[in-house]
Design a protein around this ligand. Structure first.
Ligand SMILES: [Ca+2]
Ligand SMILES: [Ca+2]
Length: 119
């Protein structure tokens, strides 16, 4: 994915690799939708983790280098900036109803979520 570079190399920070005009996004979201980051996306442990964030005040697990906005929640699989019942439903669909994580989940690299829970 490429994105027009807004400014100088400094503006791009650690997230973009800047050319003169184009920034290539070095996006690494391997744990998105996989809160325990065991490479299995999604199983019951991931669903339990998302339920904890959505309903039990558990802190979000955030990853840097995963969105132009800075950090993204692993359990915010619809990229609206928060982990709630909709994210839990999407994860349940992938874990137990044969939904495809590729189509069910948003891509934080392409759709930068606001990062209110990931300061
Ligand atoms: Ca997992
Ligand atoms: Ca969400």
């Amino acid at each position: 994915m490429t994105q027009t570079c807004a400014g100088s190399l400094a503006t791009c920070g650690g997230y973009y690799t800047c050319g003169q005009v184009i920034c290539a996004i070095a996006c690494d979201c391997v744990c998105h939708g996989d809160p325990n980051c065991d490479g299995i996306k999604v199983d019951v442990l991931d669903v339990v983790a998302a339920v904890g964030v959505a309903f039990r005040n558990q802190p979000s697990t955030c990853d840097a280098g995963c969105t132009p906005n800075g950090r993204a929640e692993r359990t915010d699989v619809d990229c609206d900036g928060d982990t709630d019942v909709l994210d839990v439903l999407k994860m349940v669909n992938v874990a137990f109803r044969n939904a495809n994580a590729e189509t069910e989940f948003c891509k934080p690299c392409d759709t930068p979520p606001p990062s209110a829970n990931c300061p």
